[in-house]
Design a protein around this ligand. Structure first.
Ligand SMILES: CC(=O)[C@@H](O)[C@H](O)COP(=O)(O)O
Ligand SMILES: NCC(=O)COP(=O)(O)O
Length: 255
């Protein structure tokens, strides 16, 4: 039996900003949400400052960076398309991690990963710049084992497996088949020296099964479902509930 490092929970606070932006009152506070999630034990905060600022705005990024200076053990993960507005945030804020996501400007939400070799040429210099700044780079990827070597070759430190197809299959006869795709992709990533993150539509129902079935997941970034849960339970109890899901999944994986 081998044990793996505990999977880090990074809370994505996009949807707190989405609600905040519907009035000019500054509530609910994005930084307050992050503070309460960190106090409850979250290991990181994630934001996706989209170019249209539908939710996370530039000021949120800077205020969260200031907050996270008080939490040296926690990580700041900034997501975005590096050919749009992401790199300016990376240069100014120097987060722990940049997650490159191939979204178009007005895209409804993230729904696919990068593709190689098509995307390699334009990503390589941007990855090199982040790494030269001391910022870890994670590439948002579909769970395709054959793509992992190319992701490593372009300089990525990690991949983030796009988990919506797994989430959509959870609780159906297709769950095991989907989970096997992610297990093979994670193993392929590890084989070429990539760390493995995961995210999109993970929730309290499907998280433990994912971590039980996919080896070596270093970080899950969870936003939509977690913030929805927090509307019912509060940030603290919600983060603790998700931490229990992480612990359950890892216990099953290591059993
Ligand atoms: C990369 C990913 O899957 C999510 O972080 C996604 O970017 C969330 O964006 P929205 O909150 O705008 O749906
Ligand atoms: N990278 C995934 C993320 O940050 C949050 O995705 P979701 O939980 O809002 O679907």
């Amino acid at each position: 039996m081998t044990s793996h490092p505990r999977t880090a929970l990074s809370v994505n606070v996009n949807k707190v900003a989405l609600v905040r932006n519907t009035r000019h009152l500054g509530i609910p506070s994005v930084t307050r949400a992050a503070q309460l999630c960190l106090e409850a034990g979250a290991q990181g905060i994630t934001v996706h400052p989209r170019p249209d600022e539908r939710h996370i705005r530039a000021q949120d990024v800077y205020e969260l960076a200031t907050l996270l200076q008080q939490w040296p053990q926690a990580e700041f993960n900034i997501e975005g398309n590096p050919t749009h507005n992401l790199m300016e945030f990376i240069r100014q804020v120097l987060p722990n991690q940049a997650t490159f996501v191939p979204d178009s400007v007005g895209q409804f939400t993230s729904d696919h990963g990068w593709r190689f070799p098509e995307d390699a040429e334009r990503l390589a210099p941007l990855i090199a710049e982040c790494r030269a700044l001391g910022v870890r780079v994670s590439l948002f990827m579909d769970p395709i084992p054959e793509q992992m070597a190319a992701a490593r070759a372009v300089g990525a430190d990690r991949v983030e497996l796009y988990t919506e197809p797994y989430a959509a299959a959870w609780g159906t006869p297709q769950q095991a088949t989907q989970l096997a795709r992610y297990r093979l992709a994670a193993m392929a990533a590890a084989t070429v020296g990539l760390g493995v993150n995961a995210g999109h539509d993970l929730n309290r129902d499907n998280l433990a099964d994912f971590l039980a079935g996919v080896p070596g997941v270093l970080e899950v970034s969870i936003g939509h479902a977690l913030i929805a849960d927090a509307l019912e339970l509060g940030y603290g109890d919600t983060v603790r509930a998700y931490q229990r899901c992480v612990d359950q999944g890892m216990a099953e994986r290591d059993s």
